[in-house]
Design a protein around this ligand. Structure first.
Ligand SMILES: [Mn+2]
Length: 439
């Protein structure tokens, strides 16, 4: 399928969702790293989803109330030799029409003077407040001018709505193209994890393994890490978002790696694996690993149409709590421990999240008090863990923890596609059995 056709189909669906509302979707801005250096550019996912246009600062308008040929407008940076010599190619106004199929394109500078005319006649404005300060000040000023005209009885937008209601339910359900791209991200990520485990030796530094992983992402044609890679040896694994990655890897300790690749078109993998640095689990590490793996396997089975993310979490939680009771780290009945949250010093996060153009992808998990039922085409992570450290106090009445269990942190995370049949584990080529983790 021609690439632009995918974006065209998405725009058609989005325009239909909008009804009488007009949407303003800005691209990402470059962000300063320090002095005059910028972070690598990362396009805004909403903007990317609808345009496939990978330049900063652009603004897309979606105008269902306008006649055919004026429904999709792009404002873009103009072509400019000196800017392109320093910072690279720009498509410019003509390229935005010819190559990205905008009905009309304008130079970015014209945005403030043209916006009012384009919004005129729409019932609402769809725009995300608080995220795009430069665009926001123009939108509010133009809207305010339009509201003045409404007092003369003219038809102008009266409400401002966030785009999530219209756009994020589309993004939550992945089409076959997106599933193919997520498969690619998952495969690159899996291969990198396999390589990292094979290269790990006692005496190395965490960041040497980070280098193995991230080199592999790039080697395989990925854009780079989808998020800050977590390479956490020993007790560092108990820090959920550890990214310092600068400690020595020790024999008889575990290495937890939570890392995923982002493809050049922004689809993400998100995998966690935990394995013994010296190649053999201690009996305590093995016991915890078995519980986490059993919890993950039990939870993945529930990634079925009609189930929901809450049920997946509960399934994992039951197996974790049951296992922790068996080895004496929790005391009581499974139900009451879960009900009272008395496991939270050992498992303090949820079991997964949506995955797509954002690593923690958009889309609601609940509608009021009702969990959103899973559908074929939704992709989510399943990532139970157990973290035993002195960071969180043991709740009153629960067993104190023997030193031999301390500083074990284990998480196992896979990316799972819901299908009309059994769950499809996109990251299944990253091994995780006890035997495969030992060398
Ligand atoms: Mn995750």
């Amino acid at each position: 399928m021609n690439n632009q056709q995918i974006y065209q189909d998405r725009r058609d669906r989005f325009l239909q969702e909008l009804g009488p509302s007009a949407a303003i979707i800005p691209a990402a801005q470059l962000v300063t790293h320090h002095a005059d250096c910028e972070y690598p550019f990362r396009q805004n996912s909403d903007f990317w989803y609808l345009t496939g246009f990978d330049e900063p600062q652009a603004i897309a308008l979606f105008l269902p109330h306008r006649p055919l040929g004026e429904k999709y407008i792009l404002f873009v940076l103009q072509k400019e030799t000196s800017a392109e010599i320093w910072n690279g190619f720009r498509w410019g106004v003509k390229g935005a029409v010819d190559n990205f199929h905008a009905d009309i394109a304008h130079p970015l500078e014209d945005f403030s003077k043209r916006l009012g005319d384009y919004l005129y006649g729409a019932e609402n404005i769809v725009f995300r407040i608080g995220k795009h300060p430069k665009v926001e000040s123009i939108v509010l000023e133009v809207w305010s001018e339009l509201l003045e005209r409404s007092s003369r009885g003219e038809s102008v937008p009266l409400a401002l709505t966030a785009p999530s209601a219209f756009l994020h339910k589309l993004r939550l359900r992945k089409d076959s193209w997106e599933i193919q791209r997520l498969r690619e991200a998952a495969l690159i990520s899996s291969n990198a994890h396999e390589l990292a485990r094979q290269e790990t030796r006692p005496g190395m530094n965490e960041r040497q393994i980070q280098a193995v992983i991230e080199r592999s992402f790039l080697d395989q044609g990925g854009r780079g890490p989808a998020y800050g890679s977590i390479v956490a040896g020993g007790k560092n694994a108990c820090i959920l978002h550890y990214t310092a990655n600068n400690a020595l890897l020790k024999d008889r300790e575990l290495l937890l790696i939570d890392a995923g690749c982002s493809t050049t078109d922004y689809y993400n993998g998100d995998i966690t694996r935990t394995f013994p640095i010296g190649g053999k689990f201690t009996s305590e590490q093995r016991a915890i690993y078995e519980i986490v793996l059993a919890a993950q396997n039990a939870a993945i089975k529930y990634a079925l149409p009609g189930q929901n993310a809450e049920e997946i979490h509960l399934q994992a939680l039951r197996v974790l709590v049951e296992g922790l009771i068996e080895i004496g780290l929790l005391k009581g009945s499974i139900d009451s421990l879960i009900e009272q949250g008395l496991y939270r010093h050992l498992y303090m996060h949820r079991t997964g999240h949506w995955l797509g153009l954002d690593v923690h992808d958009v889309g609601a998990y609940r509608l009021g008090e009702y969990p959103i039922p899973l559908e074929s085409g939704m992709v989510l992570t399943v990532e139970p863990g157990i973290y035993i450290s002195d960071l969180t106090p043991v709740p009153e009445g629960q067993p104190s923890i023997d030193e031999r269990w301390k500083n074990i942190g284990i998480r196992i995370e896979d990316d799972v596609l819901v299908t009309s049949d059994l769950p499809d584990v996109l990251t299944s080529t990253a091994l995780k059995s006890i035997d495969d983790m030992e060398q």
